[in-house]
Design a protein around this ligand. Structure first.
Ligand code: ADP
Ligand code: MG
Ligand code: ZN
Length: 624
């Protein structure tokens, strides 16, 4: 292979050198660069022994050295003028015997070849360059299809996804069923002049099954599925994105009926003229091309664009205009019934023990998306496989859930007695504070086993699918979050770094109460958040939409809320100091305390035997 490569390269270099020397000769005249005056001077000094004028080049043979040479040559601008001017002198010197011989060779005139040769050479060079480049392009050079859209075709023989694989999103499926019908027989719709949406935008939190839904639509309709991610349009070079968009739509029209699926469209579809740091020309061009293409294809082309994003708020309004993504389907995080259905879908192909009750699991996994649930079952299956068990049991799901929520247990981690005591006091503080707050979620488990980043954990049992938070609930959450720090302050007379994330969360909650939800009297029902820019994937507060005075008031109000919560928390913990002690002792001995044991302790009863409770037990009880 290598040799074949080297040959044309050598050829190329040879031609290049040839052409270069030729052109050099042509223009430089190939002389010693003597001026006319110097030539005349050489004659006058009687230094010339012989010379010949060949065309316009004069070659002199000298009797003494000139510039270290005995032979010099140069180009004459006007050989005839030279001859006329010099002839008397030449004849005189010839007579004297100084000049031994001279000759004027008549110029043949420039042949047409003289003009054509450089053109031929240049042409040859071009051809060689072209051949070399073409040769490279043939050998699968990525430059070859740089502007092509790298789509993934969902071919029919691939594992087909249908609506049966997507669970818990019935309304969304209903809306998309229309698209399926249109792709199956468009005539039915066009016959009565119905307008079929050009583009459908799937929005919703990550992991809710948007990508899956789009695949399912293609699978149901049995059409070609061209999938591309928004970031695939982007390359270092300006104009590539736009050409990829063109190519994508051209591909789709060739294989129509088809679905073009643009995943994570926010990568290209962000509001134009926004963002920091400049350099967004490429994205804007790409977006413009996308808009043009979406306007350009006819409804009869049988191409439907489906896009997915979890950031509709940052999309360019032009994308959402009728005629483009005129239909938006919001894909919700599933409710408990939906979660159960999703669990059933993903439990297919896994052997489940009789102990597994997916209904209970669904109840306990409030806030989980489809992706989380699929992950939960997968983790459980891995745990079962590790334990060499052929079937999944409820305990596996329990362990998997703990692992997902708080990271794997760090059993090997060396635990210092001092650290354990701080953690126990901290967690007991959370738990006791939470217990005394009427709207707070009940404590489900307290643990001082380090998991993931957390040294300890106080786990509350979330209330079922609550979407609203009242002011009181938010405030009491803050009190609960401060429990750890307050307990340290009271019972250790010192505070530790363990509370930093609690404090972060408490401050954020307080700030939201004041600035976002208008929950403080002094500032009224006004939202003081500014439309954040998205910069490097993060929300970025561009400008404050309020004065420095208001900013000061916000800070004061936030601090007031935290101070009030701190004082209330301190009061609770001081009142229940004896319970605190019992819990800390229990934790240091047993490492974990279940919700029941905790409740009994708080009620002043015997704590009782330590039982290993699963995450799901309380949900079983609440059922029926
Ligand atoms: P998104 O695109 O919304 O971020 P995906 O569609 O990529 O989420 O979902 C990731 C995975 O989660 C899917 O491959 C699927 O296994 C699972 N999943 C998500 N939602 C559902 C659902 N509603 N039904 C079944 N599985 C789901
Ligand atoms: Mg996705
Ligand atoms: Zn804490």
């Amino acid at each position: 292979m290598k040799k074949v490569r080297i040959l044309p390269l050598l050829l190329y270099i040879a031609v290049l050198v040839l052409a270069f020397s030729f052109i050099w000769n042509l223009f430089a005249g190939g002389g010693d660069g003597l001026s006319y005056a110097q030539v005349v001077e050489l004659f006058q000094q009687e230094k010339v022994e012989a010379f010949v004028v060949d065309g316009d080049v004069i070659r002199l043979q000298l009797n003494s050295e000139y510039a270290g040479k005995k032979e010099v040559a140069t180009v004459l601008a006007d050989p005839d003028g030279f001859r006329a001017e010099m002839l008397p002198l030449l004849l005189e010197q010839k007579e004297k015997g100084i000049l031994k011989d001279f000759n004027f060779i008549a110029e043949e005139g420039t042949t047409p070849f003289d003009y054509v040769l450089p053109i031929i050479v240049a042409g040859l060079v071009l051809i060689v360059v072209w051949v070399l480049l073409a040769g490279r392009a043939n050998s699968s050079n990525p430059m070859n299809d740089f502007g092509k859209a790298r789509t993934t075709h969902g071919l029919p023989q691939d594992k087909k996804v249908t609506f049966a694989d997507v669970a818990g999103v019935d309304e969304e499926k209903e809306e998309l069923q229309e698209v399926v019908d249109f792709l199956r027989n468009p005539e039915k719709f066009t016959a009565i002049g119905a307008r079929i949406p050009h583009g459908i935008l799937l929005s919703g939190p990550p992991g809710t099954g948007k990508t899956l839904l789009a695949r399912a639509v293609a699978g149901e309709a049995g059409v070609e599925f061209l999938s591309i991610s928004g970031s695939d349009f982007m390359e270092m070079y300006v104009g590539v994105g736009a050409s990829r968009v063109r190519d994508l739509f051209a591909q789709a029209k060739r294989v129509a009926p088809a679905i073009i699926f643009i995943d994570e469209i926010d990568a290209v579809g962000r509001k134009r003229g926004s963002g920091l740091g400049g350099g967004h020309d490429e994205r804007e061009q790409t977006l413009n091309q996308l808009l043009v293409e979406m306007d350009g294809f006819a409804r009869t082309d049988g191409v439907i664009v489906i896009a997915a994003t979890n950031r509709v708020d940052i999309l360019d309004p032009a994308l959402l205009r009728p005629g483009r993504f005129d239909r938006q389907v919001y894909v919700h995080a599933p409710d408990s019934k939906g979660r159960e259905e999703i669990l059933k879908v993903h439990a297919k192909g896994k052997k489940l023990d009789d102990s597994v009750d997916l209904h209970t699991v669904a109840l306990a996994t409030s806030g989980f998306t489809g992706a989380d649930l699929s992950n939960l079952l997968n983790e459980a299956a891995i745990l079962a496989a590790r334990a060499d068990r052929p079937v999944l049991c409820m305990q596996d799901l329990n362990d998997a859930m703990m692992k997902i929520l708080a990271g794997p247990e760090k059993k090997s981690c060396v635990k210092l007695r001092k650290d354990l005591k701080i953690t126990a006091i901290h967690e007991a503080g959370h738990a006791v504070a939470m217990y005394s707050l009427p709207t707070h979620d009940p404590v489900h488990q307290i643990s001082i086993v380090p998991r993931g980043h957390a040294l300890g954990l106080t786990w509350t049992r979330p209330r079922e699918d609550s979407n609203h938070l009242t002011r009181n609930e938010m405030y009491e959450q803050i009190v609960g979050l401060l429990g750890g720090r307050v307990a340290e302050a009271i019972f250790l007379q010192d505070i530790s770094t363990g509370a930093s994330s609690d404090i972060d969360r408490a401050s954020k909650l307080a700030r939201d109460m004041v600035g976002r939800y208008g929950m403080c009297e002094k500032l009224g029902t006004v939202s003081y958040t500014s439309g954040g820019e998205v910069f490097i994937g993060r929300d970025y507060e561009k400008t404050k939409g309020y004065s420095e005075k208001v900013a000061g008031t916000i800070d004061d109000e936030v601090k007031a809320i935290i101070d009030k919560a701190y004082a209330q928390c301190e009061e609770i913990l001081r009142r229940d100091a004896d319970k605190m002690r019992l819990i800390v002792e229990f934790l240091l001995e047993h490492e974990t305390m279940s919700g029941d044991q905790f409740a009994r302790c708080m009620a002043g009863e015997e704590i009782g035997e330590a039982t290993s409770k699963s995450v799901f037990d309380n949900f079983k009880e609440t059922e029926e």
